[in-house]
Design a binder for this molecule. Structure first.
Ligand code: ATR
Length: 276
């Protein structure tokens, strides 16, 4: 029987997820569809009621609903609870379980590029303090990564993020101050929306003080290489673009829905084709 999956957000028309999921399902020989559904906030409750009734087997959730869906779910897993947001809903009968695959998806992509042993004592700088940053900081801490600094344009938002993880070595800093000396950081992770298509020339911070050994990681995947990644590469730094996280968070959602891992290669190729 055909399984029905989808994405809810507002807007979602530009999402690359339907094509990427189609490639994933093909790799699993899965009889399934994935539809991007534009759900304005006033329709969110009714939409989740439809899911609970059994019309849809699983959902991805994107902006602006990642936090707003929480009251309509029956359970949250550990990651969704700690991150305070949901990007994946699994329907078990008439129960809805909220999960979050962003942090683990990011970590899987990072570990494909960086030697895990180097992360144990690493000094990590996270740029931005939004939902994506919170998922990534949580995943870094859970993996026991050395030290994390959250640098944000608005310091209070960084402080609020850090306050969620009092048991871990995470601190907040103003972006302008951190930018003055980037040399202490082993890994820099860019989580803001700065540089996303169509604003491809924008860069959230100057890399003038960046050390040669710093690994520069980005979560934006459209364009495939942001101005930040291009600048870091031109300086001779090792980098990883955001496509890895995009593919891995989707692969983990599919695993949660089907208990099977899709092939990342056709998923990645599909996204590369669509962002050319
Ligand atoms: P998400 O949940 O997708 O991470 P968000 O909550 O809107 O998105 O967060 C966006 C992040 O990008 C914030 O950290 C924001 O900084 P502020 O808290 O100061 O607004 C950051 N951001 C957006 N535009 C920026 C810019 N031009 N320069 C630096 N940071 C920027």
């Amino acid at each position: 029987m055909e399984r029905k999956y989808g994405l809810i957000g507002h807007p979602v028309s530009h999402s690359l997820s339907p094509q990427m999921h189609a490639a994933a399902y093909q790799s699993l020989h899965l009889d399934a569809t994935y539809e991007a559904m534009d759900v304005p906030p006033v329709q969110l409750k009714a939409m989740l009621h439809k899911v609970r009734a059994g019309n849809i087997d699983g959902l991805n959730v994107t902006l602006p609903h990642k936090v707003a869906v929480l009251p309509y779910l029956d359970e949250l897993d550990e990651d969704a609870h700690a991150i305070g947001a949901v990007n994946t809903i699994v329907r078990c009968g008439h129960r809805l379980i909220g999960k979050n695959t962003d942090g683990t998806g990011y970590m899987t992509a990072l570990l494909a590029r960086v030697d895990a042993r180097k992360l144990a004592c690493a000094n990590v700088l996270v740029i931005g303090a939004g939902g994506a940053a919170r998922a990534i900081v949580y995943a870094l801490c859970k993996h026991g990564v050395g030290y994390v600094t959250v640098a944000n344009r608005t310091l209070t938002r960084a402080q609020q993020l850090v306050a969620h993880f009092p048991q871990w070595p995470v601190k907040a800093a103003p972006l302008l101050q951190v930018e003055e000396d980037l040399s202490p950081y082993d890994v820099l992770i860019q989580t803001t929306s700065v540089g996303m298509t169509p604003h491809v020339r924008e860069i959230p911070l100057s890399l003038e003080t960046l050390a040669q050994h710093t690994f520069v990681s980005e979560i934006i995947y459209h364009p495939i290489e942001t101005a930040l990644i291009k600048t870091a590469k031109a300086r001779g730094n090792k980098t990883s673009p955001g496509i890895g996280m995009f593919v891995e968070q989707a692969a983990l959602s599919i695993y949660y829905w089907t208990q099977r891992w899709p092939d990342r290669v056709p998923m990645t190729e599909t996204v590369l084709k669509l962002t050319k």
